[in-house]
Design a protein around this ligand. Structure first.
Ligand code: CIR
Length: 257
């Protein structure tokens, strides 16, 4: 079965980390509604959603993608680039230990899950303001024994690699070229995204979750044969969050006990 770990929107999300956006008031109640719709969408697609309680002490903890990477064979507890986010992994670690052996990145590594784009056994890692070369090296040491290849990619002008590109499956990458060296994806089929806010797409099998703010992206993907679900994530977007960041999706033999 497929599991999605999510976490409730923190009441302190207004104090989130921001890199590119001006701070704008976040309507927490609306953010919660949008996040609930996201969880309902995942459940409707057949995933078992494990929704963790909000973390009042961690404004960005809803973005569960950033502190961990879950592969078939192992889960890697990452080390987010923002110091304010380093404690978010503790609760995730306790859950993930039930499903996978764990590896951990250590200082001086920094690496946000948002900088990880996985295509089969190839793991592209964005070198961004959040993720550094030591992070790439330590991740490679953790996952190469399982047959993965780790490839660094330069990112510019955006928060994370997956702000600029998403893996759709079937050897296809959706990409916003101004933000990433698309040459890194040589050998893959590339689809140029018509709107920069559309480049972050969560693929669940043949279904793509696309931001409502990116209707032209949705249209292009539908024309290319994908099933698309549009989701309004306007409040979490004010915290520079997108769709992949709000869940950790992986397969497990058994549902949680
Ligand atoms: C941060 O700056 O860390 C959060 N405000 C947003 C993180 C979004 N995460 C993601 O795209 N993977």
């Amino acid at each position: 079965m497929q599991i999605a770990i999510t976490r409730g929107v923190s009441p302190s999300m207004d104090s989130c980390e921001l890199t590119f956006l001006e701070r704008a008031p976040i309507d927490i109640a609306r953010a919660r509604e949008q996040h609930a719709a996201y969880e309902a969408c995942l459940a409707g697609l057949g995933l078992h959603v494990i929704s963790l309680p909000a973390e009042p002490g961690f404004p960005d903890a809803v973005f569960v993608e950033d502190p961990a990477l879950v592969l078939e064979e192992v889960a890697v507890i990452l080390r987010p680039g923002a110091a304010s986010r380093r404690g978010e992994a503790d609760s995730l670690e306790r859950i993930l230990a039930a499903y996978r052996p764990l590896r951990r990145l250590r200082d001086p590594a920094t690496l946000d899950g948002g900088d990880i784009l996985r295509a089969g056994k190839t793991i592209y890692v964005g070198l961004s303001a959040r993720s550094n070369a030591a992070g790439v090296q330590q991740l490679a040491a953790a996952v190469e024994p399982f047959g993965y290849a780790v490839r660094p990619v330069l990112v510019r002008g955006c928060l994370h690699l997956k702000s600029a590109a998403s893996y759709l499956g079937e050897g296809t990458v959706l990409v916003h070229r101004p933000w990433v060296d698309a040459g890194a994806f040589a050998g893959m089929k590339l689809i140029d995204v018509p709107e920069e806010c559309g480049a972050n797409v969560l693929a669940i099998g043949q279904t793509l979750l696309v931001a409502k703010a990116a209707p032209r992206t949705a249209e292009r993907l539908e024309q290319l044969g994908w099933q698309v679900r549009l989701l309004d994530n306007s409040e979490l977007a004010k915290a520079e969050g997108a769709l992949t960041c709000c869940s950790l999706v992986f397969t497990a033999a058994l549902p949680p006990s």
